[in-house]
Design a protein around this ligand. Structure first.
Ligand SMILES: Nc1nc2c(ncn2[C@@H]2O[C@H](COP(=O)(O)OP(=O)(O)OP(=O)(O)O)[C@@H](O)[C@H]2O)c(=O)[nH]1
Ligand SMILES: [Mg+2]
Length: 361
């Protein structure tokens, strides 16, 4: 199963600035001659792969990208200014496709990759350019060359940063729907979700990808219910959100069942950080919540968070807790990458080593 994030955007590089027709006019200088400068180049449209982005969500808020026009030439042989490039930042793994959505035009894989996708138009010529032995005073100047424009698709394969696990009917899809733009099916019976759903969750200016997978039941690892095969979709995520329905009879047992299935599944999933949260707490009194929370804390080894995707209570805290663990994981990954990089050769001079003059010639 492939999860894709995609966005259609309009790109336009800048037009070149117009050339200028002007003549030198000074007191006592007759026939000063042409001195109109050339126009400046229009801005390029550049794609740049940056760290810290993992979705294309920003392109839902902005679809049109137009680079600036080059400056016009001026008299006294002044060339117009080149317009700055318009740099569009994308996450690693972004593909650029033609308007048809199929032809791949570019593949931006690594952080630091930079691609001049549309070149800005060249500036027009000023009349000084057209001066020749036969035409000493040309009045001709040309407009700038137009920039290029086109629609393209940006496409990114998503990998979940966090996964929601729990028994069927625990409120997993409701949580995803409440925190992202995803629209999973939600219903009051088990096994509503048959295949995983992904959504992009945003908190302030941070974002991450959250996966909602079908519920697990006892003996899922032996194929009961929908089995554990969808756990593969959260295998690469950095943290699990384990939702336990607070309104059911035995939340402690619910937690244990799911934990048992995760452990039986293997693949290192049981070692991932887990945030346990009681869901649907809007349906309980404060006293009942406290009671359930104590019971669950005894088996889970830590007090669970308390939330309701229906009322929104506690949802922000849960998202914040997930984000903290995801961030810590991202930093750790960077440290590992740095450790794998080839060592820099030892060079005493470069490190400012002091060579002492011993005075013995
Ligand atoms: N009162 C209340 N009901 C909720 C809340 N969250 C979910 N529900 C209800 O619980 C039922 C199950 O919700 P889902 O989100 O479909 O549960 P799920 O965990 O995705 O279920 P499966 O896909 O079957 O595994 C639905 O009827 C929801 O309306 C909540 O915060 N409060
Ligand atoms: Mg569901």
């Amino acid at each position: 199963m492939k999860f894709l994030d995609q966005a259609k955007v309009f790109l336009r590089s800048g037009d070149g600035g117009a050339g200028c027709a002007a003549f030198r006019r000074e007191k006592f200088i007759d026939h000063g001659g042409p001195n109109g400068g050339n126009g400046g180049r229009g801005g390029d449209v550049i794609f740049e792969v940056v760290d810290g982005l993992n979705t294309l969500i920003d392109f839902r808020y902005r679809q049109h990208f137009k680079a600036a026009r080059g400056g016009a030439g001026e008299g006294s042989d002044r060339t117009g200014a080149d317009a700055p490039p318009l740099v569009i930042q994308t996450p690693p793994g972004t593909e650029i496709l033609d308007e048809d959505g199929e032809t791949i035009l570019a593949d931006l894989t690594d952080v630091g990759d930079r691609l001049v996708f549309l070149r800005g138009g060249d500036g027009g010529f000023g009349n000084a350019h057209f001066k020749s032995s036969t035409n000493r005073a040309p009045r001709k100047c040309t407009p700038g060359w137009p920039g290029q424009e086109r629609w393209v698709w940006l496409r990114l394969k998503l990998i979940a940063d966090a996964g929601i696990v729990g028994l069927p009917n625990a409120g997993k899809s409701t949580f995803l729907a409440a925190t992202s733009h995803a629209k999973p099916k939600i219903a009051g019976y088990p096994f509503t979700t048959l295949t995983p759903n992904l959504g992009v969750v945003r908190l302030d200016d941070r974002e991450f990808v959250l996966a909602d997978i079908p519920g697990l039941i006892e003996d899922a690892h032996q194929g009961a219910g929908l089995g554990t095969r969808f756990l593969g979709h959260v295998e690469r995520s950095g943290v699990l959100l384990h939702l336990v329905d607070a309104t059911q009879d035995n939340p402690a047992k619910a937690w244990r069942t799911v934990r048992h299935e995760i452990e039986a599944y293997g693949h290192g999933l049981a070692d991932k950080p887990e945030i346990v949260a009681l869901s649907k707490t809007d349906a309980l009194s404060a006293e009942d919540i406290a009671k359930v929370r104590r019971k669950l804390a005894r088996v889970a080894g830590k007090p669970p968070l308390v939330l309701s995707a229906a009322s929104g209570a506690g949802v922000r805290e849960a998202i914040g807790a997930l984000l903290r663990i995801i961030d810590a994981g991202r930093i750790e990954e960077k440290i590992e990458q740095a450790a794998d990089a080839p060592p820099v050769p030892w060079d005493p001079a470069a490190r400012g080593a002091v060579v002492r003059d011993t005075g013995h010639g």
